[in-house]
Ligand binder design. Structure first.
Ligand SMILES: [Zn+2]
Length: 284
């Protein structure tokens, strides 16, 4: 059985979703809209979990269930997120042929309204064509863009299907089956401020400490499944002041939890050793 996607309905659904602004934590309107949409598609249950109090969102995550009519077959879920990045208030969609953009003042919100629109179209096709299917659950999370907060506070025991697909990626012809874990790193080096012209001996240059430590650390690709980067350095107030504080921010990523821990520990050890071996006085 071949079923044609209703392109214009899909386009209309997508546009409607985009124009319901939903920056992270302001998902109340989109959640209310989605509850109605799923109910209209014949959902057997539409459940909003209690994660809102922990994520700070206007809404909890939605878990929507379509029981289907093939109980002998294993069900599956589809997952999307309902929030967008900023600037995301007052989204207006401009359509030029098959290209959708925002009017220019905001993001479009295609991430992840495309995923939600695809699921709604799928459910509409299943319903109107009376296509037999096993249990389908739809999980629409909040606050994805600010650290996957909705997903982190989702009660997975509420799900009845064992596995599913997260529809939140670029392209239509690939599936992501693994992702690295990451450690975000913030290192603050404290030296001693001093006037660089009058009494530089009294100072400990936190910037010099940082550079020295950083020079001993491997950056970039560490092995075939791990990377490391420092991307932000902040410190110092004037060319004639020995800087007494530098803050460095970076990250380590790895598909191996053991390597992630080891590389992260190595970085902190390298900084600690640089500080410990400093000859000029107490730095921390
Ligand atoms: Zn996304």
């Amino acid at each position: 059985m071949t079923v044609q996607i209703n392109r214009e309905r899909l386009a209309a659904t997508f546009t409607e979703l985009c124009e319901i602004s939903s920056p992270s934590r302001k998902e109340g309107a989109i959640a209310a809209h989605l509850k109605k949409s799923f109910a209209a598609l014949g959902a057997d249950s539409v459940y909003e979990d209690d994660s809102a109090s922990r994520t700070g969102s206007e809404s909890g995550n939605l878990i929507v269930r379509f029981a289907g009519n093939q109980p002998e077959r294993e069900g599956l879920f589809f997952s999307c997120h309902m929030d967008t990045v900023e600037p995301g208030m007052g989204v207006r969609v401009v359509r030029t042929g098959d290209i959708f953009t925002s009017a220019g003042e905001t993001v479009l919100g295609g991430d992840d309204k495309t995923g939600i629109a695809a699921v709604l179209e799928l459910l509409a096709l299943l319903k109107e064509n009376r296509i037999p299917h096993p249990k389908i659950e739809v999980v629409v999370t909040t606050c994805e863009e600010i650290g996957l907060l909705g997903a982190k506070h989702l009660d997975y025991k509420k799900l009845e299907t064992p596995y599913g697909y997260a529809l939140d990626s670029t392209g239509i012809n690939h599936v992501v089956i693994g992702a690295p874990a990451a450690n975000k790193i913030m290192i603050e080096l404290k030296g001693v401020a001093a006037h660089a012209g009058l009494c530089p001996e009294a100072g400990i240059n936190a910037l010099a400490l940082t550079v020295q430590a950083l020079a001993g650390i491997r950056l970039g690709r560490l092995d075939d499944e791990s990377t490391c980067n420092f991307g932000i350095i902040q410190g110092g107030v004037a060319t004639n002041i020995v800087p007494d504080k530098v803050v460095l921010r970076g990250e380590v990523r790895s598909h191996s939890q053991e390597k992630l821990t080891r590389y992260t520990d190595e970085i902190f050890a390298a900084f600690q050793s640089t500080v410990d071996n400093w000859q000029g006085g107490p730095a921390t």
